[in-house]
Design a protein around this ligand. Structure first.
Ligand SMILES: Nc1nc2c(ncn2[C@@H]2O[C@H](COP(=O)(O)OP(=O)(O)OP(=O)(O)O)[C@@H](O)[C@H]2O)c(=O)[nH]1
Ligand SMILES: [Mg+2]
Length: 466
């Protein structure tokens, strides 16, 4: 057997267009890897590193086998007995003539000859055929530790027959769907490999443990990020000053538009940090609806972003607020409670959403006889809910999003109802209280702690939907 590389390294190999790159993307948690429906997308072997607090491993994405039978023929002519096989594979990779005749095979076998373990990928939705035997045989000849992964691209229809066949060539056979992010499966796969390759045992075990701990740590970090963003957004303002009173209207519209811009930019950055936390580097986020000036600050759009009055009302009522007093009136807002008491959604009217003038501009006379005109901070108690809802919605998407997907994420309205219903009384109270304070530009002690259960609920609704 070739000497194992110092760092765990896996060459991901198989037929063209069977999801090799998708599996590399999933196992490296990297969204930059080229994936497409076109066969032959990956033309050169490429390295991708996965790293966490436990350690790191390297994945080599490779082009697919093109002419495995001819390659096997060549190998047979260069090895007369079993102990010569690995050397024949190495000779094949180094042979200039072979490199010219079999560019894909020399490219994909090179990392294996250099010590990579093998992850062999097949499509479990297509029937098994003996056509695959030549490539499996070649891989066996390399003598490297190996595992077969059945990717159920369209269905599980042929998984069983594949298992039967693959077990003849590989000691470990697993079903692995790169489109479903399942950290526990990734961890188990590494642990299984740890037993195949003693040289990597300690590191792979440590990486697997860290993978299992990651979701909880990530949630904590996300709550911390959201807390910072809320503090920033709720105290944000934009000011300018003018000497001439007649310029005030112009200054007003100016500060309003720069306020909106800074707010949108702040959110874009907060979302960017969340994407980073989830290891998305290249995925586009379409937040078009937030971009035009109105958006976040347009009352009529607030419902779109998860501030559905009816839902909040229903959730509050369903948990006893309507029947009197689980959530105190002060926390929910008098207008809402008044509405609830006179018994009907009609009573809620615009008070819940519209009691405060949005984007209130402030005017004050300052030194030098100038007028200062400011937009913000936004003192509406709904505002923090909008921000939390949008952030929570994105978190839920990221949680269940595979790094093998290439389409953009489109921000959609979050649904607060199940979140509010699922929180326990103390958690919900703390949330309402925190939002109330934030909307008054007051600091909230342990905001991260208050947000943690909220984000956890967002994350869990994501899991159910996924
Ligand atoms: N629905 C679904 N599509 C998949 C899955 N795995 C791969 N695909 C799609 O299949 C196509 C090929 O995937 P790739 O990962 O590029 O396959 P590859 O084996 O690297 O292909 P080459 O580099 O061309 O050899 C892409 O359009 C993927 O989105 C899967 O598990 N489910
Ligand atoms: Mg590829």
């Amino acid at each position: 057997m070739t000497r194992p590389a110092l760092q765990p390294v896996f060459a991901v190999v198989g037929h063209p267009n069977k999801g090799k790159s998708s599996i590399v993307a999933a196992l490296a948690r990297d969204d930059r890897i080229a994936i497409s429906p076109r066969s032959g997308t990956t033309e050169r072997a490429e390295n991708w590193i996965f790293e966490n607090s436990g350690g790191s491993y390297r994945l080599v994405d490779t082009p697919g086998f093109q002419r495995p039978r001819a390659v096997l023929e060549w190998l047979r002519q260069h090895a007369y007995s079993a102990e010569q096989r690995a050397r024949a594979v190495a000779a094949f990779v180094d042979d200039p003539d072979c490199r010219a005749r079999f560019p894909d095979e020399t490219e994909l076998l090179r990392p294996i000859v250099q010590g990579a373990a093998i992850l062999y990928v097949v499509d479990g939705s297509r029937p098994y055929s003996p056509d695959y035997e030549a490539e499996m045989e070649i891989l066996r000849w390399s003598g490297q530790p190996s595992m077969a992964l059945i990717n159920p691209i369209e269905s599980q229809a042929h998984v069983e027959e594949w298992e039967q066949a693959l077990q003849q060539y590989f000691r470990l056979v697993r079903v692995f769907d790169p489109m479903q992010p399942r950290p526990e499966l990734q961890a188990r796969l590494l642990q299984a490999f740890a037993h195949l390759q003693p040289a990597w045992h300690v590191e792979l075990e440590a990486i697997a443990r860290a993978i299992e701990e990651e979701p909880e740590q990530r949630l904590r970090e996300a709550a911390g990020q959201l807390a910072l963003w809320l503090d920033e957004a709720c105290t944000l303002d934009a000011c300018t000053s003018v000497i001439d009173r007649t310029l005030i209207p112009v200054a007003r519209s100016e500060v309003q538009s720069s306020y909106r811009k800074v707010l949108a930019e702040g959110e874009r950055k907060a979302f960017g940090r969340l994407l980073q936390l989830y290891r998305f580097k290249q995925t586009d986020l379409e937040v078009r609806q937030l971009q035009p000036p109105a958006d976040l600050l347009d009352e009529s759009q607030w419902q779109l972003w998860g501030l559905n009055r009816r839902q909040i009302y229903a959730a509050a009522a369903g948990t006893g607020a309507g029947a009197g007093a689980v959530i105190d009136a002060g926390l929910l807002g008098h207008s809402l409670m008044a509405g609830a008491v006179i018994g009907g959604l009609a009573g809620l009217g615009s008070a819940w959403l519209g009691s405060n003038k949005l984007e209130n501009t402030r005017l004050s006379l300052i030194a030098g006889g100038r007028w200062q005109v400011c937009a913000g901070p936004l003192s509406d108690r709904n505002f923090p809910f909008v921000l939390i809802g949008r952030f929570g919605w994105l978190l839920a998407q990221l949680e269940r999003r595979s790094h093998a997907r290439r389409e953009a994420i489109r921000l959609e309205p979050p649904d607060w109802k199940p979140i509010l219903e699922d929180l326990d009384e103390a958690e919900r109270k703390a949330l309402f209280k925190a939002c109330e304070r934030l909307s008054k530009q007051k600091t909230v002690d342990n905001l991260q702690q208050v947000l943690l259960p909220v984000l956890r609920r967002f994350r869990n609704t994501g899991e159910e939907a996924g």
